[in-house]
Design a protein around this ligand. Structure first.
Ligand code: A2P
Length: 298
């Protein structure tokens, strides 16, 4: 955690950013599958050094890297990151799992044996170089939502990453009275990254109190026994999520939602929320919910 952040909290200089719009960024960022342009402009990237790598399961790993001083982002955003292969960048959209007040960058990734990037990226080690696009973007930012009282952060798999960043943002705790972080996975082992993140924050001198007052963490598993079972879609439509956490059911007057993860889940949730008159927000008009589609599947 940076000194700047500590002093901001201590002096309570953080302000609600309601009404303060984020700098303009492209509405839809379409990640290139493989950059084949022969005249690649490598100056579009920062070269960062890998600081640590942690393998969580056969299919999940996370890593940290240095952060160039010029690399700015809003918590919840993503950037194109990847490796230089034969002189060309091989890139995917990755949400920053670190918060913008942290000195290093962190990413949470799947490993796919035949995935063009992740088959290589999973082999990175401390000291290796990765490419990080200079421009961060994305829809999962607080200003894209109209003010509300409860924030639901709905994720599956590595879709947790932008919320790992957001729950380390003190501003989010100023904007909302309650924050519910839901993480759905097939297996219990896939929850480990999120469980440790939340446990670490609960022990943190500064965040411990904020989390105790405001954050509910609800991990759920679909393919083996666990204390919470079921898909996020079913947990919401059945009200089971709200019953389990002893909170009121979904209410358009108070609830704002961010979602990231399985494309099928995102489509189902969007349809469900729209059928209840929730409006999708974006950079030009805030709404009741926002969706991040830039999601690495290979
Ligand atoms: P399930 O095991 O029932 O398919 P994946 O690893 O395929 O990305 O899935 C991550 C989690 O998202 C799993 O728990 C999976 O449940 C769930 N999931 C997949 N599709 C949907 C969907 N359409 N709606 C809700 N949850 C989904």
């Amino acid at each position: 955690m940076t000194r700047h952040f500590h002093s901001a909290i201590a002096g309570k200089t953080l302000r609600r950013r309601v009404g303060h719009r984020a700098p303009p960024v492209p509405e839809r960022f379409v990640p290139p599958r493989l950059t084949q342009d022969k005249q690649v402009n490598m100056s579009a990237f920062h070269r960062e050094k890998v600081l640590s790598v942690r393998h969580w399961t056969d299919s999940l790993f996370s890593f940290t890297a240095t952060r160039s001083s010029g690399f700015r982002f809003l918590n919840g955003q993503f950037a194109m990151i990847g490796l230089e292969i034969e002189g060309r960048p091989l890139l995917r959209a990755y949400s920053m799992a670190s918060a913008n007040h942290e000195e290093s960058l962190e990413f949470f990734s799947i490993k796919v044996a035949d995935g063009p990037l992740t088959s290589r990226l999973q082999k990175i080690q401390e000291g290796d170089t990765i490419l990080v696009g200079r421009k961060a973007t994305g829809t999962l930012i607080a200003d894209n939502l109209i003010p509300g009282e409860r924030l639901l952060l709905l994720s599956t798999g590595t879709g947790l990453a932008p919320f790992a960043s957001l729950i380390k943002d003190p501003d989010i705790y100023e904007r909302y009275e309650r924050i519910v972080l839901v993480h759905g996975c097939r297996q219990v082992s896939e929850l480990a990254y999120g469980e440790q993140l939340v446990a670490r924050l609960r022990d943190d001198d500064l965040f411990g109190e904020l989390l105790a007052d405001k954050l509910v963490y609800y991990p759920t598993v679909t393919r083996e026994p666990f204390r919470n079972r079921g898909r996020i879609t079913d947990l919401i439509t059945s009200n089971r999520l709200f019953d389990d956490i002893c909170q009121s059911p979904l209410d358009i007057a108070t609830d704002r939602i961010m979602m990231c993860g399985s494309p099928a889940m995102l489509e189902e949730l969007r349809a469900m929320f729209m059928s209840r008159d929730f409006a999708e927000g974006n950079h030009s008009e805030p709404g009741h919910f926002v969706i991040e589609k830039a999601f690495v599947e290979r």
